[in-house]
Write a protein that binds this ligand. Structure first.
Ligand code: SDX
Length: 392
């Protein structure tokens, strides 16, 4: 059985979870999805194939791949009344605030895929979530910039469709740039799943209560938004912009080492990796490639490269085992493609929905799965009697 929460006996229980989906060795910097190394998947596969792998445990045959992608494309549109939700938001609402709302609201529309005990409904809900996230995300961007929503074009790839819905306009044809599409594919693959990170654990905990899948993924989106987690890509690019030039790097390195300063190097450090995050390596190569092939000069990338070099040779970071993580270069890639920083974590959410859904299905399919119930180490007052107000 997998996905079962098990607790140590006694007071200091620690929740742990069994899964067959993703393996991480933080000391070595290994990341495997169903046994396949992340760098091989990023270089040789595509996001839809990785989605199939995470959901089903094996790489698809050509026929399975065709059926899977065709099935997903039938779910790319959203209910027209869901689109009405956007009119209620302020134009300057953070796109993640919108995503928390509209993804949860999917439970108010797709009643035929909320019964978690029905395997067919679970798969339909899974396909709907994966397929509709790009559409809802592109709508959040369009609403922010005051442009009309662009409907999906299912003749395009998953990433090509998202790019067109985001950057295309009805007034003129949109041609997907293969360089940008390739960078998007890598971005989506590198962020698809990552074992029991905070947002995935949130999805599992919500799912363990029997909540419907749309509510569970909305909970995951809310958790991912935090700057210590998925929000770090937006924070990392804002930090690189604040540093601005290579000669200001020492000032920020000093701040990051100063215990009295809450500043941390965003995109650096990790709860599990005490070595180089293998995703950061591929993301850095992707950033270089997309900048070169689009002939973009982004001083931010130079700052990132120099910051990484200095930090990796600094005794403090070496001693604390702090390395770049997936969020350090991802912002450079997304910025090069044309996304505003406010959309960075939304893109992370599009990708991670595949991992959340795969992990949710794994847990729900486990007949022995029980509701998650982390315990605590109680440090409060010992028992005492109430004192009436008149005597206080
Ligand atoms: C993601 O869990 C996942 O898998 C997440 C994720 C995924 O795919 O789902 O990988 C995605 O969330 C990546 C992480 C993105 N967050 C950031 O980049 C934000 C900046 N990083 C940090 O806030 C921090 O590194 C954390 C939150 C990621 C981890 O924090 P921890 O648990 O405190 O890290 P640690 O125990 O390894 O820290 C060791 C020491 C501590 O100092 P001391 O208490 O020993 O004195 O290093 C310090 C930390 O204070 N430290 C940093 C630092 N990160 C840790 N100091 C400066 N800059 C940093 N970035």
């Amino acid at each position: 059985a997998t996905g079962r929460f098990t607790y140590d006996p006694g007071f200091t229980s620690t929740a742990s979870c069994e899964s067959r989906i993703t393996y991480i060795d933080g000391d070595v910097g290994t990341l495997l999805h169903r046994g396949y190394p992340i760098d091989q998947l990023a270089e040789q596969s595509n996001f839809m194939e990785v989605a199939y792998l995470l959901l089903n445990g094996e790489l698809p045959t050509q026929a399975e791949y065709k059926t899977f992608t065709q099935t997903l494309t039938r779910h790319t549109m959203v209910h027209e009344q869901l689109a009405m939700f956007y009119r209620g938001f302020r134009r300057d609402a953070h796109p993640m605030a919108i995503m928390c709302g509209v993804v949860g609201a999917m439970a108010a529309f797709y009643h035929d895929s909320t019964d978690i005990h029905d395997p067919h409904q679970r798969i339909v809900a899974s396909h709907r979530l994966i397929a509709k996230m790009p559409t809802l995300a592109a709508m959040a961007y369009k609403y922010a910039v005051g442009q009309p929503f662009v409907y999906p074009d299912n003749s395009l790839s998953f990433t090509g469709n998202f790019l067109r819905m985001t950057f295309g306009v009805p007034a003129e044809p949109y041609v997907v740039n293969p360089v940008v599409e390739d960078a998007m594919e890598k971005l989506m693959i590198l962020q698809a799943d990552h074992e029991q990170n905070a947002s995935t654990s949130t999805v599992r905990l919500a799912g363990s209560s029997g909540a419907n899948p749309f509510a569970c993924i909305a909970a995951g989106i809310a958790c991912l938004w935090g700057p210590a987690h998925g929000g770090a890509n937006e924070a990392a690019l804002n930090m690189l912009r604040e540093i601005g030039t290579v000669d200001r790097i020492p000032e920020f390195i000093a701040r990051a080492k100063n215990k009295d300063d809450p500043f941390r190097l965003m995109g650096f450090g990790h709860r599990v990796y005490k070595n180089y995050d293998p995703r950061a390596k591929v993301m850095g190569q992707t950033a270089r490639k997309v900048l070169d092939e689009l002939n973009l000069k982004d001083p931010i990338f130079d700052v990132a490269r120099e910051l990484e070099k200095i930090a990796l040779n600094d005794p403090y970071f070496i001693e604390k085992k702090l390395y770049p993580n997936v969020d350090f270069y991802s912002g450079v890639v997304m910025s090069a493609i044309g996304f505003p920083t406010s959309m960075f974590t939304v893109l992370f959410a599009i990708s991670r929905t595949v991992g959340w859904v795969a992990q949710w299905n794994e847990m729900i399919a486990d007949p022995e799965q029980k509701i998650g119930r982390p315990r605590q180490l109680y440090l409060g007052a010992t028992q005492r009697d109430y004192v009436p107000l008149s005597k206080r």
